[in-house]
Write a protein that binds this ligand. Structure first.
Ligand SMILES: [Zn+2]
Length: 86
């Protein structure tokens, strides 16, 4: 693994009781919270590490140096929604 960390950011089940699209639950790879992932995004999450919004924000703010976190565009909506709801 290089300096790049491909993260698939998913909404926590505890934040969004009903997902916007048909989804299923998987645990966050960092904290183990259940998150929603959908089948139509499989091309992303099958190759990326699945993390919840909380862990994604944490790793983005804590890590320093040459480091890239890849986030799929479709995730941005969910993250903004999450930040606004806090
Ligand atoms: Zn997490």
């Amino acid at each position: 693994m290089g300096e790049e960390d491909a993260l698939f950011v998913a909404s926590r089940v505890s934040d969004i009781p009903t997902p916007y699209v048909p989804s299923f639950k998987v645990p966050c790879s960092e904290c183990g919270e259940d998150v929603w992932i959908s089948e139509d995004m499989e091309k992303y999450w099958s190759e990326m590490r699945i993390v919840c919004t909380v862990c994604a924000l944490k790793s983005a703010s804590e890590r320093r140096g040459p480091h890239t976190i890849k986030i799929v565009p479709e995730n941005i909506k969910g993250i903004i929604k999450y930040l606004l709801s806090r």
